[in-house]
Design a protein around this ligand. Structure first.
Ligand code: FES
Length: 177
């Protein structure tokens, strides 16, 4: 290889190196959404502390999520509501978490007028405070959600709930993907 060829080879190598250095961030940017762990609706999330709840008085909490597809993030929006019900002392679970989405046709369930249960205003489904059905309009009781175990004697214990949505109109509780 003569001197001219060495020079051409060196210039090509340097050009390739510069191209590589410039390409890496671009490729990393394009691939990053695919490599990042996505927050999905199956994660536990903190909704309240045990001391925030009063026995027999359900409180509702919105589930806010940032919607994201591969490359675009959308502003955080409510994707559901959870009712938390503090249970009497000595109950096996100190807090019951119930989805506010009606298993009949997905309307939002509210506390009934007397505060002793839940009501779906769309077709008058009534539920007890434990989510069980009072009438037979809804095909099943309110959907319970998993709550991380907590110390029932610690008012600062965080209540962490795994939010999920379920198919409506079925007797069986079938999680949506
Ligand atoms: S949607 Fe709740 S009773 Fe019909």
């Amino acid at each position: 290889m003569n001197r001219r060829q060495w020079f051409q080879f060196g210039a090509a190598a340097i050009g390739a190196l510069i191209g590589l250095v410039l390409a890496v961030p671009g490729v990393a940017y394009l691939l990053s959404p695919l490599l990042k762990r996505r927050t999905d609706d199956s994660d536990f999330r903190t909704l309240a502390r045990l001391g925030d709840l009063v026995e027999g008085q359900p409180r509702s909490f919105s589930i806010i999520e940032e919607q994201r597809d591969a490359w675009v993030s959308y502003p955080a929006t409510p994707v559901g509501t959870v009712w938390l019900v503090r249970q009497p002392e000595g109950a096996s679970e100190p807090v019951l978490a119930l989805s506010a989405e009606c298993p009949h046709l997905a309307c939002k369930i509210k506390v009934s007028g007397d505060g002793k249960g839940f009501l779906c205003p769309c077709h008058a489904s009534f539920f007890e405070l434990d989510g069980s059905r009072v009438n037979r309009i809804s095909p099943r009781g309110m959907d319970t959600l998993e709550v991380e175990p907590i110390d029932p004697n610690d008012p600062n214990a965080e209540i962490r709930v795994k939010f999920h949505r379920f198919r409506t109109g079925t007797e069986e509780k079938i999680p949506l993907a």
